[in-house]
Design a protein around this ligand. Structure first.
Ligand code: NJP
Length: 225
């Protein structure tokens, strides 16, 4: 069945790939990020009938409210929300790290995700839909001093807590935990890393399962070289 899918961080990398794969599979996508030009380019590629761009900074709760309202005004419901927007560390560790970067990571990777989840829940309860988080392998590892890694430990715990809150409502929660993926998240190419398409296939796999199937989490790592 064709689903209405809202994706945060859809202008680049994993979110962009999830949008392309979703549209190719016949789903309708709402694409959210701050970069309006990139989103509009993607809508032009995917077709205006099945794609909508909404400019949104996920750290601004009011902008997220407008994002959800715009999506449901246009398409009437939401079946899947992918909380994907996120950013990494500008320097390794805590001692060498940058305080403004700590703040931005916590605001985007954590606060923004809680707002996305809160605003998504009523729609997903109504549709018996699916909330998907993008966590990380970094949320399953000890990385010396890593604030980024800690933001993804938060996602690991939060995804389980939200799943418990939604248990019995018919809505499902999945946390997808990638290893390194070659995206603009990094300043330089990562030739031995996963590709965004690898994560998009996992996303489609999770959301296209029959109604009675729950996939709480998925780990997707590059094969060791
Ligand atoms: O990164 P990138 P990825 N408000 O930089 C958006 C996780 N992950 O695809 O606003 C709204 O290509 C930004 O859009 P824009 C990672 O932690 C990655 O690799 O236009 N949107 C862009 O669309 C993150 O959660 C790896 O700048 C905001 C998107 O986020 C997710 O995967 C490994 C925003 C970032 O796209 C996607 O990252 C892993 C804001 N304030 C987990 N700030 C990896 N790449 O290795 C940023 O385990 N965005």
């Amino acid at each position: 069945m064709s689903k209405i899918i809202l994706i945060t961080g859809a202008s680049s990398g994993i979110g962009e790939a999830c949008a392309r794969h979703s549209a190719k599979a016949g789903h309708t996508v709402v694409l959210a990020a701050r970069s309006a030009d990139k989103l509009e380019g993607l809508v032009a590629e995917l077709g205006e009938k099945n794609a909508l761009a909404v400019t949104c900074d996920v750290t601004d709760a009011d902008q997220q409210k407008v994002m959800f309202a715009t999506a449901t005004d246009r398409f009437g419901r939401l079946d899947v929300v992918l909380a994907n927007a996120g950013l990494g560390a500008s320097a390794m560790g805590t001692e060498e790290g940058d305080i403004e970067n700590f703040k931005e990571m916590v605001l985007v990777n954590n606060f923004g995700v809680t707002v996305t989840a809160k605003l998504a829940i009523p729609h997903l309860k109504a549709s018996k839909g699916h909330l998907v988080f993008i966590g990380s392998r970094a949320g399953h590892a000890t990385l010396p001093g890593s604030v980024y890694g800690a933001t993804k430990w938060f996602i690991r715990g939060y995804a389980e807590n939200v799943a418990a809150e939604l248990s019995g409502t018919g809505a499902r929660v999945t946390n997808i935990n990638p290893g390194m993926v070659d995206t603009p998240f990094f300043d330089e190419p990562k030739p031995t890393a996963l590709r965004p398409d690898d994560i998009a296939r996992a996303f489609l796999y999770a959301i296209e399962q029959p109604e009675h199937v729950l996939i709480p989490s998925l780990q997707i790592y590059p094969k060791p070289q």
